[in-house]
Design a protein around this ligand. Structure first.
Ligand code: GTP
Ligand code: MG
Length: 363
């Protein structure tokens, strides 16, 4: 565990810059126990003020906090992030709060991965809470918000009509809604509209500038997240995490699945596995990223098709121990993949003929 703030800051910079030595050091760390909370919502909704208020309450409870302010859009430059920093400067003297801004770097998948690694680092460093602020206006930012175990979507009164507009984006990953600026008129109406849309998540009214509703919000954050409205994919909570299909070309395959209504949540290249991935919950499309990729071999042998099924298990470590004891063939030691998930592959010989990926259920 890293206690010393200066070494933590140095390692964080290395992880953000994707420095191989820093990433290797991160991989060598024992995983931590942090609760990773995403705070997302439209520009100006009061996300930073809310994060600041949450951090204040957590510190008063003696808990340590890391705040990651991530800006995936080109909307903001360093100036706005600096504004957040200044607003949060009351925390600067407090070593129990570690603040980091992360701006656009490379593609979105890259930023999501860097954010996931940063959250993992903060957890390994013993932080109790990692609060990730992202501006969430559309589908694009979802990947970053998904790094969190619990996502709070911050809305403000008077934006009823906008619910439709942002519905296909961040709304579907909300575990909790915070109606911030509830000192303004229209909070009750917004709550009714959310219910009318079919959202069953907890809805908490907050006035972040006054610290109102923060305890209630924290209570919900500590509980289990709920599901989104009916009819939306429920890829987050079920035992099935995803079904992976090997394809020759992502570009050729994606439109078909979009045509049947699946949303593209992002693409990324996983260098370690030599594979390009398109996330289209509940599917994951896999394309070889190199001639010697395992997916190339799979395509040669079988011409594409079902590659593996991924299931979430509540206690991966215990499951692995039981599988080992029963003689099952595991293909790797449990390790962290994209988004910080811990996973292990089990050989088809042990599973009835299908390659099986087991993923630690988020806690
Ligand atoms: N009246 C009122 N104003 C609030 C409340 N919460 C935040 N504000 C104000 O709203 C403005 C925007 O707050 P921020 O916390 O910067 O909002 P943000 O969502 O982080 O903004 P971006 O990061 O730029 O997207 C600031 O002037 C805050 O003081 C609230 O509960 N009530
Ligand atoms: Mg902000």
């Amino acid at each position: 565990m890293i206690q010393d703030l200066r070494s933590l800051a140095r390692l964080a910079t290395g992880v953000e810059n994707r420095d191989p030595a820093a990433l290797a050091a991160l991989d060598a760390l024992e995983p931590g126990h942090a609760r990773v909370v995403g705070i997302t919502g439209p520009p100006g909704a009061g996300k930073s003020t809310l994060v600041d208020a949450l951090a204040g309450v957590l510190r008063a409870q003696g808990k340590t906090v890391a705040i990651l302010a991530v800006d995936p859009s080109s909307r903001m430059t360093g100036g706005a992030i600096l504004g957040d920093r200044i607003r949060m400067q009351r925390h600067y003297a407090d070593s129990g709060i570690f603040i980091r801004s992360m701006a656009t770097r490379g593609n979105l998948g890259g930023l999501a991965r860097a954010t996931a690694d940063m959250a993992r680092l903060m957890s390994a460093a013993g932080r109790d809470y990692v609060l990730i602020e992202t501006v969430g206006v559309g589908q694009d930012e979802i990947e970053i918000a998904r790094v969190a175990q619990v996502t709070v979507v911050v809305l403000v009164p008077g934006m009823g009509d906008d619910i439709q507009a942002i519905k296909s984006g961040i709304m579907e990953i909300a575990a909790i809604f915070a109606i911030n600026k509830s000192d303004h008129a229209g909070a009750a109406r917004l709550e009714q509209e959310l219910r009318a849309e079919g959202y069953s998540c907890p809805i908490v009214r907050t006035v972040a500038t006054e610290g109102q509703g923060i305890d209630a919000l924290l209570d919900h954050i500590e509980k289990i997240p709920c599901n989104g409205p009916p009819g939306l994919p429920d890829g987050e909570r079920g035992a099935l995490d995803h079904i992976a299909v090997a394809v020759k070309s992502l570009e050729a395959a994606i439109p078909f699945y979009q045509a049947i209504g699946l949303a593209l949540h992002g693409t990324e290249t996983i260098d370690a596995e030599k594979v390009r991935v398109a996330m289209m919950p509940p599917l994951e499309l896999l394309e070889p990223a190199a001639a010697d990729s395992p997916i190339s071999k799979f395509l040669e042998k079988r011409g594409g098709g079902l590659h593996h099924i991924a299931l979430r298990v509540p206690d991966l470590k215990a499951a692995v121990e039981r599988l080992r004891a029963s003689g099952a063939r595991l293909l790797n030691e449990p390790r962290a993949g994209a988004g910080g998930h811990i996973y292990v592959f089990v050989h088809p010989a042990s599973t009835g003929g299908v390659l099986l990926e087991l993923i630690q259920e988020r806690q």
